[in-house]
Design a protein around this ligand. Structure first.
Ligand code: ATP
Length: 335
């Protein structure tokens, strides 16, 4: 990773964006295959899909840098992303005119990168399939999206598909430590664990959370990471869980959790996710656990569709009270 003076003030996700294929920390098979395509001058149209922050854009930009010199880059590569118009107009205008003109600077095809292509309208995608076929000699397309299902089958069949899976912890940790060392960040082991737990394999999220925590607190520890993103601390979840399991008075339990939520700015969705993780550690009869989990997932679905947090919190407490009526659960050490 080479980091120049000009990139000093960049967000770390951009400052440490891999500029060469070798710098990517994951998806070795995909990178090997694409390298082979480029070596043999046989690059097909590409379709990269998978969750955010897994290196799709970085991979194609690194390929482009490998194929073209910095002087050629602007005339040979057209990159369109979500901030550009996604309708049929851009396909008939900018894309068609870029694809249909040849450049005198370099032999070989140009490259059109359509980032976040799942935001393109169906009409635009339909218009694109003709252009892809007609100008294949002139141009290669790289279509990038999160949801493959939003790309029409006709486009899918014209491209070679690669799925970018979420990054594994063993891939993230060395890069995370490298960035932390380069930026002189004090990063504790539990801080690393918290970053990994929050990221879900999204390297962008890891680096963004690292930088925000560092800016806010300097020391990147578990508590600082969770507090920075407003995620419940382990100690908060233990408290909430114990209230749910042992507080007999519904109103007191509701008030305790509500006060903690307000004091720490916690979201009920995050509380549900964490309670869901630790509930697995409590020994409960299968039918009680199943009915509790179903009620929790119903509450989560209602929250996602915009229902009131207060009412869903009451529903969560009610679900636990019913479960406790069915069986005596008792307090648990969840640390
Ligand atoms: N495989 C990887 N190797 C190294 N860094 C990575 C990798 N994947 C992601 N990153 C880091 O995360 C940032 C975002 O990656 P990138 O833009 O390539 O993700 P993406 O898969 O295209 O995401 P989205 O679907 O949201 O556009 C990069 O700037 C880089 O710092």
């Amino acid at each position: 990773m080479t980091v120049g003076e000009a990139s000093k003030n960049l967000p770390w996700v951009e400052k440490y964006r891999p500029s060469k294929l070798e710098e990517l920390i994951s998806h070795d098979d995909i990178i090997k295959t694409i390298n082979q395509f480029m070596k043999e001058n046989q690059l097909p149209h590409l379709l990269f899909y998978g969750p955010p922050g897994t290196g799709k854009t970085s991979t194609i930009l690194a390929c482009a840098r490998q194929m073209y010199t910095p002087q050629q880059f602007n005339s040979m590569v057209l990159e369109l992303n979500a901030s550009d118009d996604r309708g049929i107009g851009i396909v008939r205008g900018q894309i068609l005119s870029f694809a249909s003109t040849r450049t005198i600077f370099k032999a070989g095809p140009k490259l059109i990168i359509l980032d976040e292509a799942d935001a393109m309208t169906n009409d635009a995608q339909n218009a694109l399939r003709r252009i892809i076929e007609k100008y294949t000699e002139n141009v290669r397309f790289c279509i990038i999206c999160n949801y493959l299902g939003k790309i029409i089958p006709a486009l899918q069949s014209r491209c070679t598909r690669f799925r970018f899976a979420p990054l594994q912890q063993s891939q993230i940790v060395p890069r995370l430590k490298e960035v932390a060392a380069a930026e002189n960040v004090k990063l504790s082991e539990d801080g690393i664990k918290a970053l990994l737990a929050l990221s879900g394999g999204d390297m962008r999220k890891v680096l963004n959370t690292l930088q925000s925590t560092w800016l806010a607190y300097r020391d990147v520890t578990e508590d600082n990471v969770y507090t920075c993103v407003g995620h419940p601390l382990r100690s908060d979840i233990t408290k909430i869980f114990n209230w749910l399991l042992t507080e007999n008075d519904f109103a007191v339990c509701f008030q305790n959790i509500q006060d903690l939520k307000l004091a720490k700015g916690l979201a009920l969705g995050d509380i549900l996710t964490e309670v869901h993780t630790i509930i697995q550690r409590v020994k409960l009869p299968a039918e009680v656990l199943v009915s509790l989990l179903i009620k929790m997932s119903d509450a989560e679905a209602r929250l996602a569709s915009g229902c009131s947090e207060r009412i869903e919190l009451a529903a969560l407490i009610a679900a636990f009270q019913i479960a406790r009526d069915q069986v005596q659960i008792g307090t648990t050490d969840t640390s």
